[in-house]
Design a protein around this ligand. Sequence first.
Ligand code: ADP
Length: 555
Amino acid sequence: MAETIPVITEDPRLELISQQLVNFANADFSSELNISEQRDSIDSIIIGLNLLGEELKAHIAQAQLREADLKEALHRLNVAQHLSHIGSWEWNIPENKIEWTDELFRLYGRERGSFETTFENYLNCIHPEDRDFVNGKIQNAYQDHQPFDFFHRIMRADGIVRIHHSRGEVFTGADDRPYKMTGTAQDVTAIKEAESKTHRLAAIVESSSDAIISKTLKGYITSWNRKAEEIFGYTADEIVGKHVSILFPEERLSEEEAIMQEIRDGRSVINYETIRKRKDGTPFNVAITISPILDSQKRITGVSKVARDITEKKEAEEKLQRYTQELEYKNNETRQFTYVASHDLQEPLRTISNYIGLLANDYTGKFDKNGDLYIKFISRGAERMQVLIHDLLEYTRIENDNLITDVDLAALLKDIVENMQSTIVANNAVITVDSLPVIKGYHTRMNSLFQNLISNSIKFRKKNVAPVIHINATDKGNSWLFIVKDNGIGIEKDYYEKIFMLFQRLHTRNTYEGTGIGLSHCKKIVELRGGKIWVESVPGEGSTFYVELPKKVIL
Ligand code: ADP
């Protein structure tokens, strides 16, 4: 006979139990149900339910704690990634889902939500020139289940190119098939740029034409470039780690302490000329510049030294000094010669001239014909000698005129023409002068210059042709170009330079009088004023003398 199933009558506790289950489902474990007096099976359910509630409550509390920990860890990871510019990703291969961290989005300049992290999109972010390379590396890692590690360029969304260091690894399952790849990307642009800057600087140091050496504060050599090898004769391998005193001759050893004191005081020693020693012991002249090497906190961590072999420079300086001494000696000689010419020579010459004059007056006609002729020759010779000495004195005296003024060349030329009036009239010469500027210069020198040029133009006239002389000036910006043009006999091209040399003449005195000093005098005046003088000519048609003078006076 079948047992009768007891009919559970409507019990209000069932309602409470049902409500409590709803509470549990809403994660509300705040209340417990009371057990009734009946202690029946419904009470047993209530006891079980209360226990379950307790346990669920504890579990949930624990899960909440774990979740908070996890959130904290994730936050710390994000901060760490941000600080180190490292982003990471994880690729779930079966589901083809790639997770990027916040920093990775930042590194690629993309927004989470508007950028889908598929492999294709990732490849599109790689610099076009590096795309095949990156794809190849990842494909290989996937096939060979090997970790990867390489550098490449990326293009951020804003078009900026950055350099990334990508690393990653592949995880395989029991079936030896990859199921996950993870990796990191680090922005190493700054590091790479610093590296290439360091390489560039190293290349400059290596190719420098000076020895560049660095040493510790205690004087131990830490680097040594190619030129240092060449100048001192030690290779870098031989000398790095050695004390710098190895390069000092015995008598210069005390210099090191004095130099280091300057460095410790934060000063540099610039172009200090001294003597150092090569590997073979030979001393040589060097100019050294020593500066402190500072770290980012401006603390002195070492010393850099640039050394230049100045042996040749020293030799050149000594040569120059010798030449200067010789020149001074020669100048002195010239001054003494001037003295002799002005006093010792002029005086006896005057005596000769005077007595020849007396002789000519008193005795002409009393000798035979030859006697009269000889007296004439002697007196002409004495006259010429007086002119020569006078011109020579003028030439050597130029430097004594040292009053720079405004020289009105128009007025100066007017005076010259007036003073030369008798010569001009005697030669039927025509002189025309365009407007001339006022320049800075020495008045007497400018006077000699133009007077010499004009009197030459009259002197070297063509026979039976009246001299026509034209003077003008052109403004060339930084300088004035003066032109003295005549219609005289002209000068052959071969003599364009020779005529400016002392005592150089192209004619005998019988044809044209002169001493051969005038143009050298002009050249000296022009060159002392920082200018140039030259001639152009068509023989038989005339000559043009050019004088270019800078507007600024060079003393
Ligand atoms: P000097 O006039 O005393 O002979 P210069 O030094 O003034 O000496 O001139 C050197 C030479 O240059 C002259 O002897 C002459 O042969 C030539 N010379 C100078 N000026 C002219 C000129 N205007 N025309 C032709 N020849 C000239």
